[in-house]
Each structure stands twice: as C-alpha cells, then as structure tokens.
Design a protein around this ligand. Structure first.
Ligand SMILES: NC(=O)c1ccc[n+]([C@@H]2O[C@H](COP(=O)([O-])OP(=O)(O)OC[C@H]3O[C@@H](n4cnc5c(N)ncnc54)[C@H](OP(=O)(O)O)[C@@H]3O)[C@@H](O)[C@H]2O)c1
Length: 243
C-alpha cells in the first residue's frame, strides 16, 4: 500500500487531499501543529476507505525539529505533500517585522527546511514524489500581498530547482499553482465565483498530477492565462496599477 504524508493537514485543502488519496488506497500520515484536531478525520478515513491513518506533530516554524520528525515516520512516505501556508495581514506586515517574518517562514523557509530532508531521502531511495502547494500570487509581486507573494515566488523557484535536482534520481516534484480557493484562509475575502475553486478541485488536481508525473499544474485552467497576461504587463504600467 503506498503512503502519503500531508504536511499542514488541518487545512481545508489538506483534508480534501487526504480523502482523495485514501479513496485510492493510500495509507495516510497526517502532520499538523495540533494533530489531536484530526482524530475525527483519522477515524473517517479508516472506516470509510479501510486504510491506515496516523497522526504526527509537525510545526513548519520549528526548523530544528524537522529531522527528528521525518526520522520518526515509519514507513517513509512515497508521496509527500506540503500544504501548510499563512496568508497573514498584508498591511500589518509592512510595519511589523514579526508578521512579515511569519509569512516568509510559513510559506518559504519552513517548506525548504522539511523538503530538503525529504528530498535527501528520495535521492537515496531513487524514487518518490514531493508536491508543493504554492500560489499564483508568487508569479508577480503586487502591492496587496507582496510578502506572501514573494515567499510563494521563492517556494515556486525552490520546487523548480528541486525537480531539476531529483530528476536524475528518478524522484519527481510537482508544483501546484492554485488561484482563489474557498477555504479558511479566504473566508473573510470577497472572491469572484468564476475564478474560485473548491478544496475538492485541488485534491483532484493533485492526485492526477502525481499519477501523471506533471511538473506544474494550474487548478482552474483560466489562471494559467490570467497570469500570463499579468506577467506580460510592462513594469512601467504595472507599477501604476491598483492590484
Ligand atoms: N485559499 C486560497 O485561495 C489559496 C490560493 C493559493 C494558494 N493557497 C495555498 O494553499 C495552501 C493551503 O491553504 P488553505 O487555503 O487550505 O488554507 P488554510 O485552511 O488556512 O490552511 C493553512 C494551513 O497551514 C497550516 N499552518 C500554518 N502555519 C503552520 C505551521 N507553522 N506549521 C504547520 N502548519 C501550519 C495551518 O495549520 P493550523 O490549523 O495549525 O493553523 C493550516 O492547516 C497554503 O499553502 C496556501 O498558501 C491557498
């Protein structure tokens, strides 16, 4: 039975991803800051899909614990999915380094810290998959969320480099670029219906991308073209826009 590890497992996307992989027969390892919150999901996966499911304590910001955390996993995962992230408050982050630092570490440094450890394992095993949930926000910095966007940009570049590094070893890296998605992260935002997806859409896209060894996936197809357009706006015009 293949094993999937989900980092940031209390997130709405992660819950949908866990259900998708369990429905396909994967054993599930759920890792989160407060794993006790995941007991109902653990029972649900075990009863509904008849798969093993274990809970693990994991804090993306506690870098020094990451090696011990990964060493403690038995069996080691075939697929590791990095879902955790933090949108934060953009205006607060401009003046409050603590908020800016939390956004950067939660979306970039924490992911690099744990994925470097997992990548070393995959490199030795000569197989396995890493999935990173990044964001279209990382494709061009905007005044409304440039701390979050720049951390996701760094994460997207990191995943690209990791994919390149692991290719000769036979291990694979998938970058997922969601646009707006209805989750706890966006519950206070007004989102355009046509452009906004659901956690189940992400789960479906992640599973298909792992199966088909896709490199970069946009969950709603129109985001690929929207971002192409946004990236092509000359900087002399872009800097005057309210985005
Ligand atoms: N929603 C969107 O529109 C959207 C769009 C593009 C990309 N994304 C990305 O999608 C991913 C999932 O987000 P979501 O929308 O499902 O939001 P969410 O429900 O708010 O999930 C965020 C998750 O990150 C976890 N987390 C935050 N800091 C952590 C830390 N230090 N250690 C471990 N876990 C931590 C949270 O855990 P706690 O429960 O402990 O707080 C929570 O489970 C994120 O990477 C996000 O940036 C979201």
């Amino acid at each position: 039975m293949p094993v999937v590890l989900i980092l940031g497992a209390t997130s709405d996307m992660a819950i949908a991803i866990a259900k998708k992989f369990a429905s396909k027969g994967y054993q599930v390892q759920l890792a989160a800051r407060k794993p006790e919150q995941l007991k109902p999901l653990q029972s649900d996966l075990q009863i509904r899909y008849g798969v093993a499911c274990t809970l693990h304590t994991f804090d993306a910001l506690d870098f020094t614990s990451h090696k011990t955390f990964f060493d403690s996993l038995e069996p080691k995962p075939d697929v590791s999915i990095c879902v955790f992230g933090y949108l934060g408050e953009a205006t607060k982050a401009r003046m409050d380094w603590k908020e800016a630092e939390r956004i950067i570490h939660s979306n970039y440094t924490g992911a690099v810290s744990i994925l470097d450890i997992i990548a070393d394992h995959l490199s030795r095993q000569k197989q396995g998959t890493i999935v990173g949930i990044s964001s279209v926000a990382g494709e061009r910095g905007r005044q409304s969320n440039y701390h979050y966007g720049s951390a996701k940009a760094g994460f997207t570049a990191y995943l690209s480099g990791l994919r390149n590094r692991l290719f000769p070893d036979g291990a694979h890296v998938v970058t997922v670029q969601p646009g707006f998605t209805y989750t706890r992260m966006t519950e206070n935002l007004e989102l355009p219906k046509l452009l906004t997806g659901y956690p189940a859409d992400i789960a479906k896209a992640v599973y298909a991308a792992v199966e088909k060894k896709k490199n970069v996936v946009y969950v709603k197809w129109m985001w690929k073209w929207i971002m192409l357009l946004i990236r092509s706006i000359p900087e002399s015009i872009f800097k005057k826009m309210k985005m």
